[in-house]
Design a protein around this ligand. Structure first.
Ligand SMILES: NC(=O)c1ccc[n+]([C@@H]2O[C@H](COP(=O)([O-])OP(=O)(O)OC[C@H]3O[C@@H](n4cnc5c(N)ncnc54)[C@H](OP(=O)(O)O)[C@@H]3O)[C@@H](O)[C@H]2O)c1
Length: 266
């Protein structure tokens, strides 16, 4: 199958207005797959949609929505309507609070949890069912080194991203039989506008050797058939910043599948 046959006709990119989300949109559009771009900044979304239509001749929709809102998934599902969505990129998820748990209001943490976990879970449930029925499709969940354990000042971010990692691995195990690809794309430090804003707000310098969003998007799409985990810059059997390599995590899921048969059936 070509990329378009496997992941077309439409892709939903949640958090598409800049950085890695916009880079994914450009890479996906270049493959001839139509895009539904979601973020809050209407102007940036519209400019990107115009660019993609002109550059790739694809059909492109925009939806201005807050992915942290309780009804965000419903808005996206309604906007997609009967369009055949074969690719979902859950990109938005950075923690803009920069605070210890008790030092920010509980509503901020609830929004961060909704953004990363709840909205993404609902989108996977809806579009995953359609992908399974068609026996093709793909979902990329953007993760981070913080997914692998607790971290000071990132309590909810690390917890929400850890949820995504376990959720994505489980989904990979369940949807493999339907030929639906799931990838937890675990990023390192990446040169996005959001990351630059976060550093600048704290008066910190921009580090050298940040990953480029276009490289992240290209690698993510390349690795999508080889889930459930890709750790940025590492080979499949290297653990790097993570306690276990991608290969070891895959092997653990296979062992748990066998062990679970005794209590879960087939
Ligand atoms: N940059 C890094 O160094 C790094 C490292 C590890 C992991 N990651 C992960 O990579 C992903 C992208 O990170 P990023 O640095 O580009 O920052 P980000 O804020 O997660 O993503 C930026 C994109 O998401 C949209 N967005 C953010 N919050 C939103 C909301 N509540 N509702 C709708 N759209 C929203 C932004 O558009 P609007 O502002 O227009 O809404 C923008 O298009 C995240 O999941 C992050 O955790 C990043």
């Amino acid at each position: 199958m070509t990329f378009k046959e496997r992941y077309g006709h439409w892709a939903v990119i949640a958090g598409a207005s800049e950085g890695t989300g916009a880079a994914f949109a450009r890479a996906i559009a270049a493959q001839g797959v139509n895009c539904i771009l979601v973020a809050r900044s209407t102007e940036k979304l519209n400019a990107l949609a115009d660019e993609l239509r002109q550059a790739s001749g694809i059909d492109c929709m925009t939806l201005s929505a807050d992915l942290a809102a309780p009804d965000a998934a419903g808005q996206i599902i309604a906007a997609a309507g009967t369009r055949e969505v074969g690719l979902l990129i859950a990109n938005a998820g950075a923690d803009t609070n920069g605070a210890n748990f008790l030092d920010a209001g509980i509503e901020r943490w609830t929004e961060l949890l909704n953004l990363n976990a709840v909205t993404t879970m609902k989108l996977c449930h809806h579009f995953g069912q359609q992908m399974c029925a068609r026996k093709r499709g793909g979902i990329i969940l953007i993760g981070t080194g913080a997914s692998y354990g607790g971290m000071r000042s990132l309590a909810i971010y690390a917890g929400a991203k850890a949820f995504l990692l376990c959720f994505g691995e489980s989904l990979w195990s369940e949807l493999r039989a339907y030929d639906v690809h799931i990838l937890n794309l675990m990023l390192g430090r990446t040169d996005t506008p959001a990351f630059r804003r976060a550093l600048e707000s704290k008066g910190l310098p921009i580090p050298a050797q940040l990953a480029k969003p276009e490289d992240v998007a290209a690698k993510g799409l390349e690795q999508l058939p080889h889930g459930p985990v890709y750790n940025w810059g590492l080979a499949d059997d290297q653990s790097g910043f993570a306690p276990t390599s991608a290969a070891a995590r895959r092997a653990r899921i296979a062992a748990m599948e066998e062990a679970a048969k005794a209590v879960m059936g087939k």
